[in-house]
Design a protein around this ligand. Structure first.
Ligand code: SDX
Length: 373
């Protein structure tokens, strides 16, 4: 075993190809199907980017019209799913509620086991349309409020605000949310996407793969970090408290949520665009104190450790200013990443090999079972 090189966490290991996105460590760049994510965020709706991630090309006007009509028509969920969510404990984490509801959708979908690109694209689009409804229902029940039906006259992001809060905010706020959806959509073989590919590689179904991916994303080293960022900033409270808080946290060897990345070692390519969206939100909501805290915290930590923010650092406070509960931040991440996950599921199916790495044994030497025990 001594001469076996171990790649713990599969760090730096290339296990397959993908045509969906390219994450370039050296230039800190990210492209979806060849388009720089910053350009997509500046020029496209999330619906157009979802179509691109699945189909490899941006939609024509007719293709976008047909896609958005399907999405808007499929947003309502089965009343039994509403009852399922309303029946879960209100102190269960929203990611557990979402994981349970998605698994249920799979269990009652008559085509749940159907394989092939057409069947899976249909399932992918159904989850894309219905996950926001699930997240909004869960938000409202935690506030003692009844669900609000989806509004087919509204776009993806505006409808989510409508279902969650009963109103649509100014278009600048909706645009900030749409930008976050574009930035969160896809990121090659991150832990939750790779989880979905592992499940798919056994020829299991799309719903099983997505349910497993939700479980992986929940962890604070991955998607759960955006919630943890907001919790940390609230614990720090004010900009002049940052130094003391970081002294204590680093003395306890704590991981500072929203910073660092397995691939980007000189800054996450998505951060400048999401930081601008957060700054726009801070201007709209006149959140000068939170902006000062955000900047002071980042400057202090980066100067101490030379570890840069990832996408979760600006997105957490931006969602907070939009009015979402902190625990809803990772379910909101799922609303976007369902596009990347399902694109990878279909890519894995199209060129599959069972994912089964090796391990190097370092346990007890072989021995006999003693006769007398
Ligand atoms: C996402 O992979 C993706 O693409 C994910 C994602 C996506 O779009 O799908 O980008 C989304 O998950 C972003 C990451 C969100 N997670 C966090 O913000 C949690 C905090 N970050 C760290 O836990 C860490 O940076 C990781 C887990 C994200 C990456 O860690 P690595 O690559 O495994 O590196 P490491 O943990 O081995 O860190 C190397 C050194 C260590 O110091 P030593 O033990 O060698 O002395 O840097 C330190 C780490 O302790 N370090 C940190 C730190 N990140 C790294 N120290 C304090 N706080 C941090 N955030």
């Amino acid at each position: 075993m001594e001469d076996t090189e171990i790649h713990k966490g599969l760090a730096g290991v290339v296990v397959d190809t993908t045509a969906i996105s390219k994450v370039v460590q050296e230039t800190n760049s990210l492209t979806y199907r060849g388009y720089p994510v910053q350009e997509l965020a500046a020029n496209c709706s999330f619906e157009e980017v979802a179509y691109l991630i699945w189909n490899g090309e941006l939609p024509t006007a007719d293709q976008l019209k047909e896609f958005t009509e399907r999405e808007r028509a499929d947003r309502q969920v089965d009343p039994k799913i509403v009852d399922l969510i309303l029946g879960l404990p209100t102190d269960s984490h929203p990611m557990q509620v979402l994981r349970t509801a998605i698994s249920y959708i799979g269990a009652v979908d008559p085509d749940g086991e159907a394989a092939g690109p057409e069947a899976n694209q249909k399932k992918a689009e159904r989850l894309f349309a219905q996950i926001p409804t699930l997240v909004a229902i869960d938000h409202r029940r935690r506030h003692g409020l009844d669900p609000i039906a989806p509004d087919p006259s509204l776009g993806f992001s505006a409808n989510f605000f409508h279902m969650t809060f009963g109103e649509v905010p100014e278009k600048e706020v909706v645009r900030c949310f749409d930008v976050s959806m574009i930035l969160y959509a896809e990121h090659s073989f991150n832990a939750s996407t790779f989880t979905a590919r592992v499940v798919t590689s056994t020829l299991s179904d799309l719903y099983s793969a997505v349910t497993a991916a939700v479980g992986a994303l929940k962890g604070p080293l991955h998607g759960g970090a955006n919630e943890a960022v907001m919790a940390a900033l609230e614990e720090v409270g004010t900009a002049d408290n940052v130094g003391a808080w970081l002294d204590d946290a680093l003395a306890e060897k704590k991981k500072i949520m929203g910073f660092g990345h397995r691939v980007y070692k000189h800054g996450d390519s998505r951060v400048p665009t999401m930081r601008k969206a957060f700054e726009d939100m801070a201007a709209i909501k006149k959140a000068d104190d939170l902006l000062a805290l955000y900047n002071t915290f980042e400057e202090d930590f980066v100067s101490r450790k030379g570890i840069y923010p990832n996408l979760d650092y600006p997105s957490g406070p931006a969602y907070h200013l939009m009015g979402f509960d902190t625990q809803a931040f990772t379910p909101i991440f799922v609303m976007s990443r369902i596009t990347g996950w399902t694109a990878h599921i279909m890519e894995q199916q199209a060129s599959n090999a069972l994912i089964r790495p090796l391990s190097a044994y370092d346990g007890a030497a072989q021995r006999e079972v003693p006769a007398e025990r």
